[in-house]
Write a protein that binds this ligand. Structure first.
Ligand code: ZN
Length: 314
């Protein structure tokens, strides 16, 4: 099976058509299941702020470097306009959000890329944020978790400056490893190209969501190059797990629990988290359907306390 790389966004409306089973599903039921189809378990692509909301403890995320915006070093035709359009549409300055937050009361450095913003591609801003997140994790001695959704790979509009980010993020992660830091990389649909070929594949543990398209070049390019038909399910998370490239596949509903378990396993359980779980205080973050704002609501909807700038911390 070759999965077409078309742009998938969640349309508005009470009922939506599932990309996985083509069935008509009730939007509210899908949103309540963390944007997963109740019929076939298809994992819809979700925006960065939704990812933060369903992954971290409620209200715990503190964004770092929120005002970093892409430059246009090559004066690439139409890039400035494209960035402005995407910024308006998504409410993001660029495809990555990084900061600190907690999972089960355990503090981590957290980053995520949004495939809705120029396919989540890595230009100088995404690369810089990921590299700084790694440096922050090293300095603060915190686990680093990055959830990638980047179908675009390196962003062509910034040319060599984008390609440089592959080396820069890799070097930053190597530095984290030298300091015995921990990096868990979570791959979601899609994680491709220069993102997959750099930081996303360098996790101490590599986790993926079910059915995610993961790879370097797209399947069509590979087929044209090697002049062979690719095997069934090539570049899906399941195929890569079977061939040893991934450590585990975790469904979105279990992701918080699994990330917490992995961190506990790697650095030892936190006393605070243990007490909370023992007391039954741990809860899945409050899931709202956001009927008015929709899943693409901007960060302005989410409370000003998350927007604090901490530019000078590292
Ligand atoms: Zn479905």
């Amino acid at each position: 099976m070759v999965i077409p790389r078309k742009k998938r966004v969640i349309p508005d409306g009470l009922w939506i058509k599932c990309e996985g089973c083509s069935g008509l599903i009730y939007r509210k039921a899908m949103v309540e299941r963390f944007y997963v189809c109740p019929e076939c378990d298809y994992h819809f692509r979700i925006p960065a702020w939704e990812r933060i909301r369903i992954t971290l403890d409620e209200g715990s995320f503190q964004e770092f470097w929120p005002d970093m915006e892409p430059a246009d070093p090559l004066d690439f035709k139409g890039y400035k306009e494209k960035v402005q359009t995407e910024q308006k549409r998504t409410g993001l300055k660029d495809a990555a959000l990084v900061g600190t937050g907690t999972i089960h009361n355990r503090k981590i450095v957290f980053g995520t890329t949004d495939s809705n913003f120029i396919m989540g591609s890595m230009g100088s801003v995404v690369g810089e944020k990921i590299a700084r997140a790694a440096a922050l994790a090293r300095e603060k001695r915190l686990p680093l978790v990055i959830i990638s959704g980047s179908g675009g790979g390196a962003r062509m509009h910034e040319g060599m400056f984008s390609l440089m980010q592959m080396a820069k993020t890799s070097a930053a992660l190597f530095s984290l490893r030298e300091a015995n830091g921990i990096f868990i990389s979570v791959l979601t649909d899609p994680t491709m190209g220069g993102v997959m070929a750099s930081y996303a594949s360098l996790g101490d543990i590599i986790v993926a969501e079910p059915g995610a398209l993961i790879g370097f070049a797209g399947p069509r390019v590979i087929e044209q190059t090697i002049k062979k038909t690719l095997p069934e399910g090539f570049q899906t998370a399941e195929f890569l797990l079977e061939h040893g490239f991934l450590d585990m596949i975790v469904s979105r509903q279990d992701m918080r629990r699994e990330l917490s378990r992995l961190i506990d396993f790697m650095v030892g359980p936190s006393d605070e988290a243990e007490v909370k779980v023992a007391n039954g205080a741990e809860q899945i973050p409050n899931v709202t359907t956001q009927e008015t704002a929709g899943p693409f609501s901007t960060k302005e909807d989410r409370g000003k306390d998350q927007n604090e700038t901490t530019e000078n911390q590292i």
